[in-house]
Design a binder for this molecule. Structure first.
Ligand SMILES: Nc1ncnc2c1ncn2[C@@H]1O[C@H](COP(=O)(O)OP(=O)(O)O)[C@@H](O)[C@H]1O
Ligand SMILES: [Mg+2]
Length: 283
């Protein structure tokens, strides 16, 4: 059974704007899933269907195999934690610590557990030192971390991040990649995130949905998606620099390995360089 599944999900906004057309999406346990698409593709609308903020116009959303109902919506929201694109909408307490504690407090946990969870979440997103600060005086990137910590502290099984890299500086993006990976590896969390930053996708995603005008136009592994350079261009997405460069070198007859993220590329290039040097060099 999938943690989240949509079947022919269609969503039409009042005013007759159909933002999602017949979407079939699955999130298996412990996957890191990217939904990529340019502005207006429907990413945020899709995510709002994952925890019942929006109800399907037709088709269905299944959480652990069950449709979302009035009776189970509290459980669903405990299970699927969503961090929205605009952190300001999600932050409202006088201190960072209180803000991160808000969710766990609402879950009715005891004080010791709350304290422990808040501490862990702040550490995980790297903002322990901001605990006593006023959230509204923080930078955009810091606020985003506060919002993420607040959701992580509720320990959802599925963490949904809508455009988590928007507005982050390069170090912020690097840190985000790090903690998405550690949430997945250490805590077995399932992470679904949207972005139009394709280089981030190469570092983090196990599986990718490419979205355009409310439809999935492709889905597959990093390798499967980023070889389709024409398709990506046609939906106004970039091809990541690394596979683009390696592909072009290959096309020019340079015997380079294919790789999609920095670590893999470095290893593969060093290996092939050493092999070539070894073959030529010593007698
Ligand atoms: N409240 C709304 N009312 C009507 N149309 C909307 C509303 N919100 C979004 N849309 C439309 O739905 C489509 C998908 O939007 P959205 O889900 O925000 O895309 P993305 O998150 O990929 O940028 C767009 O065409 C957008 O204009
Ligand atoms: Mg959006």
């Amino acid at each position: 059974m999938h943690l989240i599944e949509t079947r022919d999900l269609t969503y039409t906004y009042p005013g007759n704007v159909t933002a999602l057309h017949d979407l079939n999406f699955v999130a298996p346990r412990n996957a890191r899933i990217a939904v990529i698409g340019s502005n207006g593709a429907g990413k945020s609308t899709l995510f709002k269907c994952f925890n019942g903020i929006f109800r399907p116009t037709s088709g269905s959303v299944l959480i652990r195999g069950e449709p979302i109902t009035k009776e189970n919506i509290r459980e669903v929201r405990k299970f699927v934690g969503i961090v929205f694109q605009n952190a300001d909408d999600q932050i409202f307490s006088p201190t960072v610590e209180q803000d991160v504690a808000f969710g766990p407090t609402n879950l009715g946990l005891d004080e010791e557990t709350i304290h422990h969870r808040v501490e862990e979440a702040l550490k995980l997103v790297g903002i322990e030192d901001l605990a006593g600060r006023v959230p509204h005086h923080l930078s955009g990137g810091e606020k985003k971390r506060v919002a993420i910590a607040g959701i992580i502290a509720m320990e959802p099984e599925v963490l949904v991040l809508d455009e988590p890299t928007a507005g982050l500086d390069p170090q912020g993006v690097h840190d985000l990649i790090g903690f998405i990976n550690s949430l997945s590896r250490q805590y077995g969390m399932t992470v679904i995130f949207s972005t139009h930053d394709v280089s981030v996708v190469c570092e983090v995603a196990d599986y990718i949905y490419v979205m355009n005008r409310g439809r999935f136009v492709a889905q597959g592994s990093v390798e499967e998606i980023f070889l389709q350079q024409e398709l990506l261009k046609s939906v106004r997405l970039d091809v990541p620099v690394l596979p683009k460069l390696l592909r072009s070198l290959k096309d020019h007859g340079v015997p380079v390995p294919m790789a999609y993220n920095y670590g893999d590329a470095e290893r593969a290039l060093l290996d092939s360089y050493r092999r070539a040097a070894g073959d030529e060099g010593r007698p």
